[in-house]
Design a protein around this ligand. Structure first.
Ligand SMILES: [Zn+2]
Ligand SMILES: [Zn+2]
Length: 356
């Protein structure tokens, strides 16, 4: 089955053609369909901000590395147990979680699925003609959610998980740093949560404007504005109760500590360079301000709620740029250019039975 993959390790932004990371299309064998498995004919797979990190060898350097974890599609085949014990049927429009939580290891039994000891067993690339996942990874899309919107279930689950980690209260002041897809989705989720003074911190003007269209009350351009002064002004000098980093930018992350209110929470909700270390003044930030600092690895227990939210979010702007599978290398070049908030690959031309 044709699969989009990293075919040479390297930065996709490397100006040198000879050393630049490469994206290609490779032919990988289908995974066998186990009794509890579901084979999905993939409709759409969205490019994720983390995919270029895979090209850089963050999770290993043996190429080809198959890509794609933000997918939607149609059920093509079901194992016997999956057919008997789930509501899934052939022809269902679905999306899902690229990770399977095994349910039997100690972390799974202890309410910490994200640290499942078998997390990688079913982590199979979805930017492909088909993908075979365990039934527990697969969610049927509501009738009024299109396949194109459905490929945003996974990033929406990340936004839900970020919201969980903030432990936000209705009325809390909230700032989000980074107006990429996760930041934009987190913004809408936090708006629905009753966030106030909702602020997007983002250097790209288009992304600030997008945030303003979808619930941000304020925007800060960290490259032009006096960020602490603006935050002071917006929050009446108190700071934000919740600060979320969705930028993953080493330049941006330290300054966020100073925007948080006393007793506030800062969620580092992105991936960061493996060798990056952030200075932390324990006296100022943890002793005097009692900040809670936390992060997000993967999204346990978040998919059912993300599925509920999908139809309520304004996500059209994230699905406007679509390339066919064979043009995936070009789609990745467009993704790293940052010209569009999100780039989607059409893996098969499927009829969409959505009622929307
Ligand atoms: Zn992702
Ligand atoms: Zn487990």
């Amino acid at each position: 089955m044709r699969t989009v993959a990293v075919t040479r390790i390297g930065s996709l932004r490397d100006p040198e053609e000879a050393t630049r990371g490469q994206i290609g299309i490779v032919d990988l064998p289908d995974h066998p369909l186990g009794p509890e498995d579901v084979r999905i004919r993939v409709a759409y797979a969205a490019i994720c901000g983390s995919d270029p990190h895979l090209a850089e060898g963050y999770f290993g350097t043996d190429v080809p590395i198959g890509l794609g974890h933000e997918i939607s599609g149609v059920v093509e085949a079901l194992g016997d147990a999956a057919a008997d014990r789930t509501e899934l049927a052939i022809g269902d429009r679905v999306a899902g979680n690229f990770l399977r939580f095994c349910g039997t290891c100690r972390p799974c039994q202890d309410g910490r699925q994200q640290f499942c000891e078998h997390l990688q067993d079913y982590n199979r690339p979805g930017m492909a003609e088909t993908v075979t996942w365990h039934a527990s990874q697969v969610y049927r899309l509501p009738d009024d959610v299109t396949l194109l919107t459905g490929c945003l279930l996974e990033p929406t689950a990340v936004a839900v998980r970020i919201a969980d980690k903030t432990r936000v209260r209705v009325g809390d002041r909230v700032a989000i740093c980074g107006g990429g897809p996760i930041g934009q989705l987190a913004l809408q989720v936090m708006a629905r949560f009753g966030a106030t003074s909702l602020t997007m911190i983002e250097p790209i003007a288009d992304r600030r404007e997008m945030a303003l269209r979808h619930g941000a009350e304020h925007v800060i351009d960290p490259t032009a504005d006096d960020q602490p002064a603006r935050a002071h002004e917006i929050t009446g000098g108190r700071g934000y109760d919740v600060v979320i980093d969705a930028s993953g930018s080493p330049r941006a992350v330290h300054g966020l500590l100073d925007l948080a209110a006393h007793g506030g929470t800062v969620v580092y909700g992105a991936m960061y360079p493996a060798d990056f270390e952030m200075p932390l003044n324990l006296s100022d930030h943890l002793y005097l301000k009692e900040l809670t600092l936390t992060g997000v690895f993967v999204s346990p227990y978040a998919f059912p709620r993300a599925l509920q939210l999908l139809r309520h979010l304004e996500v059209e702007e994230l699905t406007q740029v679509v390339y066919p599978l064979e043009d995936a290398p070009e789609a990745f070049a467009v993704h790293v250019s940052g010209r569009h908030p999100k780039v989607v690959i059409r893996c098969n031309d499927l009829e969409d039975g959505a009622t929307a």
